[in-house]
Design a protein around this ligand. Sequence first.
Ligand code: PMP
Length: 366
Amino acid sequence: MGPGRTYLDHNASSPLRPAAKTAILAAADLDGNPTSIHAEGRACRRCLERGRQVVASAVGAEPDGVIFTSGATEANDLACNQTRGTMLASAVEHPSVLEARGCERLPVDPSGRLDLAALERRLRSGDVDLVALMAANNETGVVQPVAEAARLARRHGAVLHVDAVQVLGRMPLSLAALGADTIALSAHKIGGPKGVGALVHASGVAVRARLRGGGQEHRLRAGTENLIGIASFAAAIEAIAADEAPRIDALRRRLEAAVDVGIVVGGGAARLCSTVALALPGMDAASQVMALDLDGIAVSAGAACSSGKVERSHVLSAMGLPDEIVRSTIRVSLGWNTTEADVDRFVAAWLRLRRRVRSAGRAVSV
Ligand code: PMP
């Protein structure tokens, strides 16, 4: 983060934690390949297996259940392509799930939670063998009824994949408590490096490889592992303080109290401590992001998007929100290094924007 900046875009990518940076430097000194049997190779292997243990214990899984990948996009792709029957996904999933292969989208209610009755109706038809439901949404922070969906899926013979990217470190996360068959994780959302993640599967769940070649990752993902990334991912997990989530939650409440909760999208539902989707009718989200950026504050317009252009959010649209809200919602996401001063600076800048919109007489009531 540059000097004088306030970074509130942790859901897009959280700044690298100091311990994660130290781990990168340490792992960079490891010569060799984890598959080699000489001393250098064995040192790499120890580092790799240590990382595997840390990731496994963070989600209550067995180390053998961790498959390291290039990130959550690859983990979602691997999980969603495990079956060949019909796949169902909530309409608010990340594009890496929705576009992993053809799937049917399930509706969400106005607060953004999956419609469990619709899931059950669709499961009864018998042809569904995979359900994908994220643990919490990256744009709104709305927490999904994963355990209930898992019970329904199991009853009807389908497996459940959970994209848990935004939940790691922000809420207790356990493969068993979720009832998930597989979960996807990403290092850079928790202050680890970009370009590394994992698919974690419950014991007894068979996984078929997508990438074949070398025998890495128990033959489930060929390719020499990103050892530096994995070591740093593990260090980031270990650096998550026990009081981090409650501390971030207090900051989120401070922010919401200052701006008026009425304009927080998904405000009525259980949400992550990290995420506030904030509507300012009368000013489109991209203009807000640019104005705040000029004020030294980084936030995002709904989902960060790779093309650089802001597209209409499929998440907010699926919630059935009025067009004006969909177009004018920004995402403010807090993380491990967010301070009260960051929140207060954002609030002051945002209130100035709102005054501008109101004095221009463009405001639409929410
Ligand atoms: N799922 C969710 C919910 C996300 O927020 C993201 C990152 N935007 C991804 C998957 C993709 O993760 P990665 O960048 O590691 O591929």
